[in-house]
Design a protein around this ligand. Structure first.
Ligand code: GLC
Length: 426
């Protein structure tokens, strides 16, 4: 088994469970055209305020959300307590820019946490480091007011350290008032001179968030918590979080594989987007999950609920399809990781491996005609079956080439999103 970089939080459950739900929910759900709408369209507070005054999620049913996630096979969830727009889903004592002061009139986070816990899911908080509403957050090159003619004057009264204090206060609240929190997911740092940005670029990083102090606070309040890697504080994090792409190989730091999680959207934006048409299919989404696990990682799949408080029908259809597959195939996901190096995946296949049960899973992305050649597997495989119905897959052995075997598959591709062969190893 691969030796993985040690994390400070408890990552054993995380690396077992593999599959989580990301939820992006905030005022941008009303605009319904990307969670960065305030930034993209350079909308000033007075104008953006219209969403605050109309936020009324009358159909919000956290139990239904939690049941939907559980039925899809998800084992944890990560919700935006606050996104870059600055709006808070919980009843924070440090701001009035929160759900309780909108027509919603109540804390939306607490019942969500409780509902997901009831369904057996672990709890994660996404919290935006960026805040486009707070009056002390210094206007930088990402801010909605970045092109404001009076930017310099507006910045004169802004005190970033006061914002940092607010940030720390709110994190303390989140990690004190909601019971055990399993994941803290901060987003994000953009220091000048990094990630291809010029050094003249005005961004933000560890000094602006006081990251070192913030990490200490998090660790002291919730010692087991898993912390992601976006605080611009390389000394201490647990989870690497590649976003909207699939790493080629298991990501490493100094050559050592890390605990990691790929996060992806259904369609492109994270917040509810009414008009986006680029929705991935169930098969594509499952392929992302399988591929992440085949490289020792997790998959965090995002839903952007509507401003009425529902998962829209496109999201529901996909979650339902994923759930159907997971019901029969979760054995190839939970507790699984990258296959030992001695097994090379055949063309158009991905491998996952459960070290406890010593089973290897061949996920067949393109169905071949009858024969799947497994070179080098010959002496290692005791029995093979299709996972969805436990029907035997014949193993063809050739005495002249004892190291290689061929699986004899049915001509018809099984009617599942991705067919999987379960190999019981010797
Ligand atoms: C980003 C975006 C964002 C999203 C997030 C998820 O960095 O700013 O809108 O919340 O990544 O990973």
């Amino acid at each position: 088994m691969k030796k993985v970089r040690v994390s400070n939080g408890d990552s054993s459950w995380f690396s077992h469970d593999r599959f989580g739900l990301f939820i992006h929910w905030g005022l941008y759900a009303l605009a319904a055209r990307h969670e960065w709408v305030k930034q993209r369209e350079e909308i000033p507070d007075e104008v953006y305020d219209i969403y605050f005054r109309h936020f009324n999620p009358d159909l919000y049913d956290p139990d239904l959300w939690a049941k939907t996630a559980a039925a899809a096979g998800m084992k944890y969830f990560v919700v935006t307590t606050k996104h870059h727009e600055g709006f808070c889903l919980w009843d924070s004592q440090y701001t009035d820019y929160k759900a309780t002061r909108t027509p919603a009139g109540r804390d939306l986070l607490k019942p969500m946490v409780e509902a997901f816990r009831r369904q057996g899911l672990r709890v994660g908080f996404y919290h935006s480091l960026i805040d486009w509403h707070h009056p002390d957050f210094v206007i930088d090159d990402l801010h909605p007011l970045r092109n404001h003619p009076d930017r310099a004057r507006l910045n004169k009264t802004r005190r970033q350290e006061k914002y940092a204090e607010y940030l720390h206060h709110q994190v303390r609240e989140l990690l004190t008032n909601f019971g055990p929190v399993d994941i803290m997911w901060f987003d994000f740092s953009y220091p000048p001179g990094k990630h291809g940005r010029p050094s003249s670029w005005v961004g933000k990083g560890r000094q602006d968030w006081e990251s070192e102090k913030l990490v200490k606070l998090v660790r002291s309040l919730q010692p087991k918590i898993l912390l992601n890697d976006r605080l611009d504080w390389p000394e201490d994090w647990d989870i690497m979080t590649p976003e909207q792409y699939m790493p080629r190989d298991w990501p490493t730091v100094d050559g050592v594989p890390v605990v990691w999680e790929a996060c992806h959207t259904f369609s492109g934006s994270w917040g509810y987007h009414r008009d986006e048409a680029s929705w991935k299919s169930v098969e594509q989404l499952l392929t992302l999950l399988i591929e992440a696990v085949s490289k020792g990682g997790n998959f965090l799949l995002n839903v952007g609920p509507t401003a009425r408080g529902e998962f829209d029908e496109r999201a529901l259809a996909r979650l339902e399809g994923i759930g159907q597959w997971m019901r029969r195939h979760s054995r190839a996901i939970y507790g699984c990781t990258q296959a030992p190096d001695e097994f090379k995946p055949p063309p158009d296949c991905r491998l996952t491996y459960n070290p406890e049960t010593n089973c290897l899973y061949v996920h067949i992305l393109a169905w071949p005609f009858r024969h799947l050649h497994l070179d080098g597997y010959g002496k290692k495989v005791a029995y093979a079956q299709l996972l969805h119905d436990a029907s035997e897959v014949k193993i063809i052995r050739d005495q002249k080439k004892p190291d290689d075997i061929t699986l004899e598959l049915p001509v018809l591709r099984p009617n599942v999103a991705v067919a999987v062969v379960e190999l019981f190893l010797r």
